[in-house]
Design a protein around this ligand. Structure first.
Ligand SMILES: *Cc1c(COP(=O)(O)O)cnc(C)c1O
Length: 384
């Protein structure tokens, strides 16, 4: 299989698995126990917290382990809302559902919200953030990089605007953590979500960065774990795994970025050269180096995916057809792309295992698939 869907999930790095294994077998103690077998495990949890903190330029005491990106976003947004009791939240129209649906839920429970529009490049205009601020705005949450098109938001500027107005700033950094440098202090981030399985750690583990002094209502109630901010016995193996993944990312981020960007550019140049009527989505430069999102006109994204899968190539589509809905991607629609064109989107997201041969194989396989599908296409071309 040629795996080009790293923005959906990544394989666990072998080094991560090896670090985790003892904590699934012999080192099974509860980190809250006072005897030796518990305290050895406690030390592993705290070492891992330090590694994740280093990835973000944070202090270990500001890292809370959660079950993933979704829980981190829920904890951050509902947590701030809960501590304030009422108010207005600003977010963007292109957030992941793990932000959008949380804000929508809060709207049903008395909170107010503004969903900022984006430009055709997928970027939120900081001026729009400024204009959306109200007296009762309690939180601004804008993602770092978008999971479908990879556009990177000017979060440093948005955070500055938030703080000038005494507002808390949260970012969903699930797509960028371990891929590009993040410094929570330099960038002015108060809360940040990340997820292990998006950067070669295991599934079911994530972190919430919570700046010292920022108050949230806990999302999980129970024991005293994670300073009472996230109850429940720690997912020790997962925590050790995400720590190792963070350590590896710190070391390899730079060289991997250069390598993957060159592969991604090769893929885009090859598609542009071999297939007519395509539209590349996202900002040309302010974009994650690993993502290629392209709309192939007059074809359905899902049909291309099924044909690629037949040839052993795994990619995804911005179109939500695959999940049973006929709605095209909310991200592409927000960028002003017509529903007809948005239906023909493909997302290739590159990662550690990919080689130049993988890219060349896609460039060999995809053009004839498109040609075949266009031949059978039911889309009336003249209407586009
Ligand atoms: C994958 C993803 C999430 C969800 O993370 P999980 O760990 O799978 O819950 C949230 N936000 C973004 C941007 C993502 O890409």
């Amino acid at each position: 299989m040629i795996y080009l869907d790293h923005s959906s999930t990544t394989p666990v790095d072998k080094r991560v698995f090896e670090a985790m294994e003892p904590f699934l077998t012999s080192l099974f103690g509860n980190p809250s126990s006072i005897y030796r077998a518990g305290q050895d495990v406690r030390k592993a949890v705290e070492d891992s917290r330090e590694k994740v903190a280093r990835l973000l330029g944070a202090k270990p005491t500001e890292i809370i382990f959660t079950s993933g990106g979704t829980e981190s976003n829920n904890t951050a947004i509902k947590g701030v809302a809960g501590s304030k009791g009422s108010g207005h939240i600003i977010t963007s129209a292109i957030e992941h559902p793990a932000v959008l649906k949380v804000v929508k839920w809060l709207e049903k429970h008395g909170f107010h919200a503004t969903y900022l529009e984006v430009g055709s490049d997928g970027i939120v205009d900081p001026d729009d953030v400024r204009k959306a601020i109200r007296k009762d705005t309690i939180l601004i949450t804008v993602m770092h990089a978008n999971n479908e098109v990879g556009t990177i938001q000017p979060i440093e500027e948005i955070a500055r605007i938030a703080h000038e107005n005494g507002i808390i700033f949260h970012t969903d950094a699930v797509q960028t953590a371990g891929k590009i440098r993040i410094d929570v202090n330099k960038m002015g981030i108060d809360l940040l979500s990340l997820s292990g399985h998006k950067f070669y750690g295991p599934k079911g583990i994530g972190c919430l960065y919570l700046r010292k002094g920022v108050r949230i209502e806990p999302f999980m109630h129970g024991g005293h774990q994670e300073w009472g901010k996230r109850a429940g016995t720690e997912n020790v193996a997962g925590i050790v795994g995400i720590g190792k993944a963070a350590e590896i990312a710190m070391e390899e981020m730079g060289t991997e970025a250069t390598r993957l960007k060159s592969l991604r550019d090769r893929l885009e140049a090859g598609i542009a050269e071999r297939i007519s009527d395509v539209l590349f989505n996202g900002h040309p430069d302010k974009r994650l180096y690993s993502i290629c999102n392209v709309c192939v006109k007059y074809v359905e994204g899902e049909a291309m995916l099924l044909n690629l899968d037949f040839h052993g190539i795994a990619a995804s589509s911005g179109s939500a057809c695959t999940s049973g809905s006929l709605e095209p991607s909310h991200v592409l629609l927000a960028m002003g792309i017509s529903p007809e064109i948005a239906h023909g989107s493909l997302r290739f997201s590159l990662g550690r295992g990919n080689t130049e041969e993988d890219i060349d194989r896609v460039l060999e396989i995809l053009p004839p698939i498109v040609a075949k599908l266009r031949e059978m296409s039911a889309f009336p071309r003249q209407s586009m």
